[in-house]
Write a protein of this length. Structure first.
Length: 243
């Protein structure tokens, strides 16, 4: 199955050192949560950069290695200082049937372009069991490592259902079968929302709204949260990272 884990936030200027620390935390915790994804039972992964041009590099999950990759990415992009540094990594030598890709645009302060993390995870249909896949834990990593304004876990079926049945527009806040709301958004979440709720150290709220494949429950939760104002887009031009 293919799932997408996402986090979005507004302008937040950060150095490559700060980004490297966030990246390192993300990669180390992803590896711990997805032990089946590494070939040969390895517990420490290596990653490959996916640059827009030029050769790929091998990257380890430590801050020093990531710092070098981020500096290379920033130097290659004349807009990085303003828009943020874009780095895309692909897990090297995954187990059969697995693919893990993480792309982050971060550290910039544009007033109309969201900063973002998008992790695309493809797993074999037979392993792990979908009911036990650590969707909430993976979204928690994104929330705690990057402190986004909002985030979600879903797939193409979720996006299609939200567009068709709830008028969702790409680029606006959403939820999937799991969702994350920053503190300002969490304060607007209605008490009668049907969800498992976990308050995170960020002050935000993790919501488990449905099981994978249950698009009807996701659409219902999305409509409830949108009506409450919890999914209101950041005002434009953006001048802060979170609502």
């Amino acid at each position: 199955m293919r799932r997408v884990v996402r986090g979005f936030w507004g302008p937040r200027r950060e150095s490559v050192d700060e980004l490297a620390a966030r990246w390192s935390t993300t990669l180390e915790r992803f590896a711990l949560l997805l032990p089946e994804a590494a070939a040969g039972g390895r517990t420490e992964w290596e990653w490959r950069t996916v640059p827009a041009s030029g050769p790929a590099e091998t990257v380890r999950p430590d801050e020093a290695s990531l710092l070098g990759a981020l500096r290379t990415a920033r130097d290659a992009d004349p807009w990085a200082a303003a828009n943020g540094t874009s780095l895309r990594l692909l897990a090297a030598d995954p187990a059969p049937g697995w693919k893990v890709e993480i792309a982050v645009l971060g550290g910039g302060a544009p007033d109309s372009l969201l900063q973002s993390l998008v992790a695309t995870i493809t797993s074999p249909d037979t392993s792990p069991d979908e009911a036990s896949f650590p969707d909430a834990a993976i979204l928690t990593v994104v929330a705690e490592a990057w402190q986004p304004d909002y985030g979600d876990v879903g797939d193409r079926a979720v996006t299609a259902a939200l567009k068709k049945e709830a008028g969702f527009r790409v680029g606006t806040p959403s939820v999937g079968w799991a969702g994350y709301l920053s503190p300002g958004r969490a304060a607007r979440a209605p008490a009668d929302l049907t969800a498992d709720r976990v308050e995170l150290p960020t002050g935000g709220l993790l919501l488990v709204l449905a099981t994978p494949g249950d698009t009807a429950a996701v659409v219902e939760a999305y409509e409830t949260l949108k009506k409450s104002g919890a999914l209101e887009p950041l005002p434009r031009p953006m001048n802060r990272p979170a609502l």
